[in-house]
Design a binder for this molecule. Structure first.
Ligand SMILES: [Mg+2]
Length: 366
C-alpha cells in the first residue's frame, strides 16, 4: 500500500484543566498541545499530537519551538508518497532543527501511522501486529492526605481501574501506600515520587516498600543539578540493588539517547515510555522490541495528553514488553473537555481499541 499526503496542517489548542497541575516547578491551568491533521490521497485522515509543554519545566523541548518548526516538518511529508509508515521517521529526522525536537516529529509521524492503519481498515494495535481489542486502563491520583488518597483510590477502583498510581512526596508517604495495600490487596499499585526520596530513606523504607508489593516506584531519587547522567544512573542502580520493588525512570530521561543510556547500564527495574520523547511510533517500537528481547519491563506513561496521544499509547500498551497497564484513563479526569471524538472514555476499566487507526478524531471547531 502506498499513501500520498495531499494536505497537512496543524493547530494549537488549549484544553482547560479541571484542577491546576501543581508541581515543584510549575502550575498549569490549561494543557496546550499541537494537533497535526494529515489528509491522504484517498481522503483518509490521520491525527497526531505534539505533547511538549509551553515551558521547559518537564522537557527541554517547548511548544513554541515545535510550532515554529511545524511548517517545515509538514513540508517534508506533503505531496510525498510513502510505502511504509516507517519511512516517515527518517524523512523527518533529516529536517534541519528536527533532531532536538522529538515531540514535534512524533506529532507528524503518528498521524501517518494513523492513516496507514485506517486505510488498512485495522485498529493501530492490530496493524502493528499486536493481538487484543482493548487496553487496560490506569488511573493517576494527585498528591493528597491519607484519607483523601484512600477515598480517591476507592473511587478509581469503583470506576473499574485495576492499576492505580499515587504520587508520594516523602518517605512518610509509605504509610499511605501501606494503608492502600491493606484496603486493596489485589490492585496493581504504583507510586510516583518525582525524585522526592533520598538514598538514605531506603535504610528505613526498603523492607516496608517490598512488603507493599508495588509494581514500581517512579523516579525515587533526583539527579543533582550538575551531576552527569551516567553518575545518576549508577546511583539509582545501587538503590535498585537494595530493593526488590522495581524502580522506574520517567522524567529523568528526555530523549532516545538518554533512555538508551539508562537501558545500557541497567539503571532501573522498569521504564515509563512516552512516544513524544522518542520522536514517534517507529522508534518506540524499536525500543520496546529491544526491551522485550532483553527481558526489561516497560510500560506506557502519560503527560496529561489528549485522547489522540493517549490512543497511540493505548495501542502500544499491547506490545509484549509492557509489564502492566499504562497511564490510560478517561481524559475527563483532568480536562473539562477534550476535543477528541468519540470521547476518550474507558468502560469497566478498559479502552476499546476496535476502531480503525487510532480510533479517535480531533474535532475541527472548538
Ligand atoms: Mg512520573
Amino acid at each position: 500500500m502506498s499513501v500520498t499526503i495531499v494536505d497537512a496542517s496543524f493547530r494549537r489548542v488549549a484544553l482547560p484543566l479541571r484542577e491546576p497541575i501543581c508541581t515543584a516547578r510549575t502550575t498549569l491551568t490549561a494543557r496546550e498541545v499541537l494537533i497535526v491533521r494529515l489528509v491522504a490521497d484517498d481522503g483518509t485522515l490521520g491525527f497526531g499530537e505534539v505533547s511538549s509543554f509551553t515551558t521547559d519545566w518537564y522537557l527541554p523541548e517547548i511548544l513554541d519551538d515545535d510550532e515554529a518548526l511545524m511548517p517545515t516538518l509538514l513540508e517534508a511529508v506533503q505531496n510525498r508518497e510513502f510505502n511504509d509508515p516507517r519511512e516517515v521517521d527518517a524523512a523527518l529526522r533529516r529536517v534541519d532543527g528536527a533532531q532536538d525536537l522529538p515531540a514535534a516529529r512524533a506529532g507528524v509521524e503518528c498521524a501517518v501511522w494513523d492513516i496507514f492503519a485506517r486505510r488498512a481498515g485495522m485498529p493501530l494495535a492490530h496493524y502493528l501486529g499486536f493481538t487484543g481489542d482493548k487496553a487496560a486502563g490506569g488511573a493517576v491520583l494527585p498528591l493528597a492526605d491519607s484519607d483523601a488518597t484512600l477515598a480517591a483510590v476507592c473511587a478509581a477502583v469503583e470506576a473499574g481501574y485495576q492499576r492505580i498510581k499515587v504520587k508520594i512526596a516523602s518517605a512518610q508517604d509509605i504509610d499511605k501506600l501501606e494503608a492502600i495495600r491493606q484496603n486493596f490487596p489485589d490492585i496493581c499499585l504504583l507510586a510516583d515520587a518525582n525524585g522526592a526520596l533520598s538514598e538514605g530513606d531506603f535504610d528505613s523504607i526498603a523492607h516496608r516498600l517490598d512488603a507493599i508489593n508495588c509494581a514500581c516506584i517512579e523516579e525515587p531519587i533526583s539527579r543533582h543539578p550538575e551531576e552527569e547522567l551516567v553518575d545518576f544512573h549508577v546511583r539509582l542502580k545501587k538503590v535498585q540493588e537494595r530493593v526488590c520493588t522495581p524502580l522506574c525512570l520517567d522524567e529523568s530521561w528526555t530523549n532516545e539517547q538518554e533512555l538508551r543510556a539508562a537501558l545500557k547500564i541497567g539503571a532501573a527495574g522498569c521504564y515509563a515510555v512516552k512516544i513524544c520523547k522518542l520522536g514517534g511510533i517507529s522508534t518506540t517500537l524499536d525500543i520496546l522490541d529491544e526491551a522485550h528481547q532483553r527481558g526489561i519491563a516497560m510500560w506506557m506513561g502519560g503527560m496529561f495528553d489528549t485522547g489522540i496521544s493517549k490512543a497511540a499509547h493505548a495501542a502500544l500498551s499491547l506490545h509484549p514488553a509492557n509489564a502492566f497497564a499504562g497511564d490510560i484513563s478517561d481524559t475527563s479526569r483532568y480536562f473539562t473537555r477534550d476535543l477528541c471524538e468519540p470521547a476518550f472514555a474507558l468502560h469497566d476499566g478498559y479502552l476499546d481499541l476496535s476502531r480503525p487507526g487510532l480510533g479517535f478524531y480531533m474535532a475541527q471547531a472548538e
